[in-house]
Design a protein. Structure first.
Length: 279
């Protein structure tokens, strides 16, 4: 057998387990959508690295469960309810997070929804709801956190979770793809606007991450193609890793972008899809 052949039993490359360092010790970070698949992984990564984290989610019970699973307030993990689709709720939530943490050094915009439909029959309500959550909510949270950082001289960082769909697009999720493309553009503009205040802004574009949302996508595609949803899900693999991406792998990329080590990475849409998007 050639030494270049894949030797893993199922052909998949394993998820690595790098050492954890307290790179966020003393920081206060807010994660919206913090009880979802990627969001919960980000919260767990940041808490493990020493941050005090507010888990902000539409589902208060889910946010509390996520915080409790990581040790709760005793370990610096707090929960609050926030509907990022509501300007008022975002305002109240960010104010509460600042009060809880004392200071916010970082924000992760992870809250998102996706809806699928015929590209020529997308209800206006679907367009509005996806943009309200995926773009407008991310902007409002970023705006309020940035103002807090500027007022208190905090050299912080903002990271949004975009998607490879924001670069490549998918016709079955046209509005979602457009909202993520807009988020990528917003990231670039906010990076320029906040650079004079030494606030770094980037976004991450995940691919096929093994989350409940990806299963929802496979079920929606099943309705379009007639193929069984589990079969579609099983095909949504990284061509290089031969497996789905693990949420913690995306969380590690996000964590890096929240550190001072990412100083030269600014206004970027960083691919975290194991090589699926070549630009």
């Amino acid at each position: 057998m050639s030494k270049y052949m894949i030797t893993a039993a199922n052909g998949a490359l394993p998820v690595r387990a790098p050492r954890i360092f307290p790179v966020h010790e003393g920081k206060g970070i807010v994660v919206t959508g913090g009880s979802g698949g990627i969001g919960a992984a980000i919260v767990g990564q940041l808490v493990a690295e020493g941050a005090r984290v507010v888990v902000a989610d539409l589902d208060r019970g889910a946010a509390e469960a996520t915080a409790a699973s990581l040790g709760g307030a005793a370990k610096g993990c707090f929960a609050l309810a926030m509907d990022v689709g509501s300007e008022a709720s975002v305002g109240e939530g960010i104010a509460a997070a600042i009060e809880t943490l004392g200071a916010v050094d970082g924000l992760v915009n992870c809250a998102a929804i996706v809806r699928h439909s015929d590209p020529l029959a997308i209800p206006r309500a679907d367009w509005q709801r996806q943009f309200e959550i995926n773009l407008f909510g991310a902007y409002e949270a970023s705006r309020l956190v940035a103002l807090h950082m500027i007022d208190h001289g905090i050299r912080g960082a903002i990271v949004s979770i975009a998607s490879e769909a924001g670069k490549k697009g998918h016709k079955e999720s046209l509005a979602y793809s457009a909202s993520k493309a807009a988020l990528i553009s917003m990231t670039r503009m906010l990076s320029e606007a906040l650079a004079p205040h030494d606030i770094n802004v980037n976004c991450v574009c995940p691919g096929g991450v093994a989350t409940p949302m990806l299963r929802e996508v496979s079920e929606a595609y099943s309705g379009f193609t007639g193929e069984a949803a589990p079969a579609i899900f099983d095909k949504m693999l990284s061509q290089q890793l031969h497996r789905h991406l693990d949420p913690v792998e995306v969380a590690r990329v996000v964590s890096f972008l929240l550190t001072d080590a990412a100083m030269l990475v600014r206004g970027q849409a960083v691919n975290a899809d194991a090589g699926e998007t070549p630009y």
